[in-house]
Ligand binder design. Structure first.
Ligand SMILES: O=C(O)CCC(=O)C(=O)O
Length: 296
């Protein structure tokens, strides 16, 4: 099922397009949009308005998020360091990834995944039912006896499957994630309507930046130096960013380290896949670095 060949067709089909993305991502967004405008004007006889809109929407990055808060007497942009990327995975790839995640969920339900890989809590109240599937390491979300959440050093967790490695490869080759930060762990969140993720700052057991890819339905992510919990799955933050289907949110700087983030109870089923590189000193004791990633 998870043989190395299986997802080769995805990488091959997109290779030429990918090279274009890489070239274009080296420029800043404004330059890129200008160039796209120029290209699409040149091609105006060939491209319909919808095609041209598609070109604009397909490959670009937004990194000018601003939300000023006063923290310790200083005014800071708590969203500094965030980037929202579009067009990194096409719709066919998104469908394959979602199907693969459903297959993983079935395996998890049949106890075919590692002990700490699959978790499906009982839905005893609104906001408390998110399914998680973790690879590379298992992260203990609950704070216990004042000990902050961290990576389980002794946890038995499955290695990153090939389709998720394909995603990592794409994130690196399309310059969303820097080569210095090749992710070696991943967490899939499956949200049913009403599920949420409460306010948190990702543990410093993980390097910055890290990123999250959104599937199935759009939702808003809230940020704030402080985020108020107003009810089950209901939060008030100082900034809200929409995460469209297929987008990749990269978190770095203040957006990753100063601001908390959360996903309020979603209205529609949603899946997110978060990729992070572990601090080498915090990796699980039995962690083996994947040879495929030595030479990315
Ligand atoms: O689902 C998302 O978009 C956010 C996921 C997240 O914050 C996490 O897994 O820590």
């Amino acid at each position: 099922m998870d043989s190395p060949e299986i997802y080769n067709h995805i990488s091959c089909v997109d290779l030429s397009k990918n090279e274009n993305i890489v070239k274009k991502r080296k420029k800043n967004t404004q330059e890129f949009l200008e160039e796209e405008k120029f290209d699409s004007n040149q091609n105006s006889t060939k491209l319909s308005i919808d095609d041209r809109k598609g070109v604009f929407q397909r490959f670009y990055m937004k990194n000018d998020h601003v939300c000023l808060e006063r923290i310790n007497g200083r005014i800071v942009n708590i969203l500094d360091g965030l980037q929202l990327h579009f067009g990194v995975f096409n719709s066919t790839e998104q469908k394959e990834i979602v199907q693969f995640i459903y297959d993983l969920q079935n395996k998890g339900r049949n106890n075919e995944l590692g002990e700490h890989t699959y978790s499906e809590p009982k839905k005893w109240m609104r906001g408390k039912g998110r399914v998680t599937i973790q690879f590379g390491c298992s992260y203990n979300y609950a704070e216990k006896n004042g000990i902050p959440p961290d990576i389980l050093r002794n946890g038995n967790v499955d290695p990153i499957p090939n389709l998720l490695k394909f995603m990592i490869n794409r994130l690196i080759t399309s310059h969303v994630m820097p080569i210095s930060c090749v992710p070696d762990s991943c967490i899939i969140n499956i949200y049913e309507p009403g599920d949420c993720i409460p306010p948190h700052i990702d543990s410093h057991d993980f390097a910055r930046p890290f990123c999250t890819v959104s599937f199935l339905s759009k939702c808003n992510i809230l940020f704030g130096h402080k985020i108020q919990i107003v009810g089950p799955g209901e939060f008030i933050g100082s900034a809200s960013i929409q995460l469209p289907v297929g987008s990749v949110l990269l978190l770095d700087g203040n957006g990753a380290n100063l601001a908390k983030h959360c996903i309020p109870a979603v209205s529609y089923k949603r899946i997110s896949v978060t990729f992070r590189k572990m601090d080498e000193a915090k990796r699980p004791y039995n962690f083996k670095l994947d040879s495929n990633f030595h030479n990315i």
